[in-house]
Design a protein around this ligand. Structure first.
Ligand SMILES: Nc1ncnc2c1ncn2[C@@H]1O[C@H](COP(=O)(O)OP(=O)(O)OP(=O)(O)O)[C@@H](O)[C@H]1O
Length: 282
């Protein structure tokens, strides 16, 4: 069945994957998985938003999730740190593990889980606190530091890692909300890394930023990948090509194709991926 979108010009046709049982093209497994999603389905009430998605997220890789609007990229991303738990009508089925441990096990406390699997959102969202306290918040509530000196060190290291220290070191007591958009997003990244996560989820982290601030964040993603696993949802194919080593293409709730980024952008195997990459829809 074809779904025709008539809300904008020109009229776009989004084809459905030909078979419900169709397997993802490419290798969904990696040699050194940090997280593993197996047969994941997500529902918002009756709406089947993610259908039978299986994929490994490799240790210290940057993987990009791409696909047309509404295909489920953000929904699937939010499954990786149980952010969907906050949506009453959302139900997640299947299994997702980090370092082999099921994150949906009833014994798992989501607060430490969300420190291990941190998140950076589309719109920078610093707390209404000082720059220092934005970064110090996580280490404090998770009891990761024993002294003020240790906390100072974590704050400095995190801001340095996020490429912000030089710009803010003389005004740490000023509100985080007073920074520019790009600086606020780097502050949010510093806040995420202050609790030493294993994985950082980024949901369109540059969509509210200008090209210069975007370039700075992309550079940062590259630098951080030596230490962290990064999963980024992006609408920009150029961005996915620039920052990621592996790319996953979603379409109407299904994971259609996954592979090395270069290969996805130069020789996609599935017709739906080809259509998206060549701009025939999306
Ligand atoms: N809170 C929600 N309640 C009900 N349905 C939702 C909710 N969030 C998402 N959906 C639906 O789930 C599907 C997948 O949405 P999702 O936001 O994950 O897609 P996406 O690929 O990230 O889209 P976009 O690129 O536009 O952000 C869509 O049909 C959307 O309408």
């Amino acid at each position: 069945m074809d779904m025709t979108l008539t809300t904008s010009e020109p009229v776009l046709t989004i084809k459905e994957p030909s078979s419900v049982t169709e397997k993802t093209v490419g290798s969904v497994h990696v040699d050194n998985p940090r997280m593993q999603a197996k047969n994941v389905d997500v529902y918002y009430d009756d709406k089947h938003a993610i259908q039978d998605v299986t994929i490994d997220i490799g240790a210290n890789e940057v993987i990009a999730f791409i696909g047309p609007s509404g295909c489920g990229k953000s929904t699937f991303l939010r499954c990786l740190n149980r952010m969907n738990d906050t949506i009453d009508i959302c139900r997640v089925e299947g299994s997702i593990t980090i370092d082999g441990k099921d994150i949906y096990d009833p014994s798992v406390d989501v607060v430490p889980l969300r420190a291990r699997v941190g998140m950076v959102f589309q719109k920078p969202n610093p707390f209404p606190k000082s720059i220092y306290d934005n970064v110090a918040y996580g280490p404090r509530i998770h009891g990761l530091v024993e002294s003020k000196a240790e906390l100072d060190e974590v704050v400095e290291q995190s801001l340095t890692r996020a490429g912000l220290w030089g710009e803010v070191k003389d005004r740490l007591d000023q509100p985080g909300t007073g920074l520019s958009g790009g600086q606020q997003q780097r502050l949010c990244i510093a806040r995420a890394i202050a609790v030493s996560p294993e994985v950082i989820l980024m949901d369109e982290p540059c969509s509210a930023l200008d090209p210069i601030a975007t370039a700075r964040i992309e550079e940062l993603i590259h630098e951080l990948s030596d230490q962290f696993t990064i999963v980024i949802v992006t609408h920009s194919m150029q961005q996915a090509a620039r920052v990621s080593s592996r790319t996953a293409y979603f379409h109407l709730g299904k994971l259609i194709e996954v592979g090395p980024t270069k290969q996805i952008f130069t020789s996609p195997q599935h017709e739906l991926t080809q259509d998206y990459i060549t701009g025939r829809f999306g």
